[in-house]
Design a protein around this ligand. Structure first.
Ligand SMILES: Cc1cc2nc3c(=O)[nH]c(=O)nc-3n(C[C@H](O)[C@H](O)[C@H](O)COP(=O)(O)OP(=O)(O)OC[C@H]3O[C@@H](n4cnc5c(N)ncnc54)[C@H](O)[C@@H]3O)c2cc1C
Length: 456
């Protein structure tokens, strides 16, 4: 990164910054600063020098300018969910997009135009009002842009593919303050890079998504416990292997109060049958202790997982895998009880169906050929337990590693991942192409608080 010497003190220049911006500027000790510096992961406790809550592309360019003048490291904040806490740094400047959450839906064209700080709750509420949806994330408070730039896996993945596959265009402010459009007709290579290459190239102030009709889904949670967990886990795996296009499915392995394994399977069925065979099999399997599956609107499905914001410390590590053999299932069942206390969870996301329709020509995302994404998600509250929980996640990921394909998921990576893991997520060719793109739009690597792609 190239930084110039600061010309004046940050504090002295804040009044001028405030006058130049339509949005809000927060400095330490000011009201609202503490709430604004928090992110989803309570493990992250950082104090930026300035939080620039932008209100449009001009504010973003002004914030970049201010950071350059004062040699401040830049962080970009959308929904604040990235587990690495990239959205906030110590002593730097945060380009905070949380005032930019507008979503406009054109029902005839089936297009949503979304500001850079919108969350999935904002998106789904606006698109579902017209009976439309795009495949997004499963937790409403997650940022649309951040999730899309890493790929995007959720309740409609089997039906429609990855979120980034439906990104049709974007308005981007690059670190030199220029506003560029990315779309099929203009800067198509930039659009390719934003479909999986993370927030490396600029700040997206507006994104355009294709939408699909979606009314009712059949979904919810199925919970298995006791001796049935192992077979239910295999059943989930076999169902995904059959690849039903109208049924997305995720599973969460955890423990109950007795520290015995439990499995939650979260299906989302969008087909026309009233009693589809795959769901019937899951709902009648041995070990089922709670059946929360029912017909509901898609907004209801988007509340199947509602984790609290900024309460838990978390550390995630995992792998895309080419298969989920019995041996790996047994290993995960051993790992989930290995800590001797509730470890958090292991998330298993199936990538069957529509993700396989695309290839590397659509976007940079490199994992669409994997069978599953498996992630150890350590979750705890007591800071004294940081070491054992982080070790549990790392050891569990190491146990998954022999089946790994394409490394880990950019969206779930912590900040301590080496560049080799980021490179592996794309493969050498796509990574080289991304580095060339980075050189064009951010040659000084100003946007390096992310799963970084250094310029060539
Ligand atoms: C509870 C929870 C649930 C999740 N569920 C899913 C899921 O269902 N599917 C899935 O695929 N992932 C999921 N994720 C992972 C999530 O998609 C990524 O962590 C993503 O980076 C979060 O984006 P954000 O804007 O909320 O986070 P932030 O921490 O605010 O941003 C993360 C990074 O994204 C970039 N960024 C964000 N907005 C912009 C923008 N407008 N312009 C340029 N760069 C930007 C920046 O580099 C920023 O540092 C989940 C994470 C959590 C914590």
């Amino acid at each position: 990164m190239t930084v110039s010497e600061p010309t004046t003190h940050v504090e002295d220049s804040l009044p001028e910054l405030r006058r130049s911006m339509a949005g809000v500027v927060l400095a330490p000790a000011e009201s609202g600063y503490d709430a604004a510096r928090r992110c989803f992961n309570a493990l992250i406790d950082r104090r930026p020098a300035v939080i620039a809550r932008c209100f449009g592309a001009r504010d973003v360019a002004t914030a970049f300018d201010f950071a350059r003048m004062h040699a401040l490291e830049v962080a970009v904040r959308g929904g604040g969910h990235n587990p690495a806490g990239h959205c906030v740094g110590d002593g730097g400047l945060v380009i905070d997009l949380s005032l930019m959450r507008r979503v406009d839906v054109d029902g005839d064209a089936r297009i949503a135009r979304v500001q850079g700080g919108a969350t999935w709750l904002d998106f789904d509420a606006a698109s579902q009002a017209l009976g439309l949806a795009t495949p997004g994330g499963v937790v409403g408070s997650t940022g649309v842009a951040g999730l899309t730039f890493g790929g995007g896996i959720g309740h409609l993945t089997a039906q429609h593919g990855l979120t980034c596959d439906h990104l049709a265009g974007a308005e981007v402010v690059t670190p030199d303050g220029a506003t560029v459009q990315a779309g099929p007709g203009e800067n198509g290579e930039l659009l390719w890079g934003m479909r999986g290459g993370g927030g490396n190239f600029g700040v997206a102030t507006c994104l355009e998504f294709r939408l699909y009709p979606l009314d009712r889904v059949v979904g919810g949670r199925l919970t298995y416990a006791g001796s049935g967990v192992r077979d239910a886990f295999r059943l989930f795996r076999d169902l995904a292997a059959r690849g039903p296009r109208d049924l997305s499915c995720q599973a969460i392995l955890s423990v109950d109060e007795s520290l015995e394994p439990t499995l939650v399977v979260a299906p989302c069925y969008t087909g026309s049958e009233t009693d589809p065979e795959e769901l019937r099999t899951l709902r009648t399997a041995a070990g089922l202790v709670a059946d929360g599956v029912r017909a509901h609107g898609f907004l209801g499905q988007q509340h199947v997982f509602n984790p609290p914001y900024n309460e838990d410390r978390t550390y995630w590590k995992g792998h895309f895998v080419r298969e989920l053999p019995d041996e790996l299932i047994d290993e995960l069942l051993r790992r989930v009880v290995a800590l001797g206390r509730p470890p958090g969870q292991v998330l298993i996301e199936s990538l069957h169906g529509a993700p396989k329709d695309g290839d590397g020509s659509i976007g940079a995302v490199g994992f669409r050929n994997a069978a599953f994404n498996i992630t150890a998600m350590a979750t705890w509250q007591d800071a004294a337990l940081d070491d054992p929980y982080i070790a549990w996640a790392r050891d569990t990921a190491a146990a998954i590693q022999p089946w790994s394909v394409r490394g880990g998921y950019l969206n779930y990576m912590q900040a301590d991942e080496p560049i080799e893991r980021v490179r592996a997520a794309f493969g050498d060719e796509a990574f080289g192409r991304l580095q060339t793109l980075k050189k064009r739009y951010d040659p000084n690597n100003i946007l390096h608080r992310n799963q970084n792609i250094p310029p060539l």
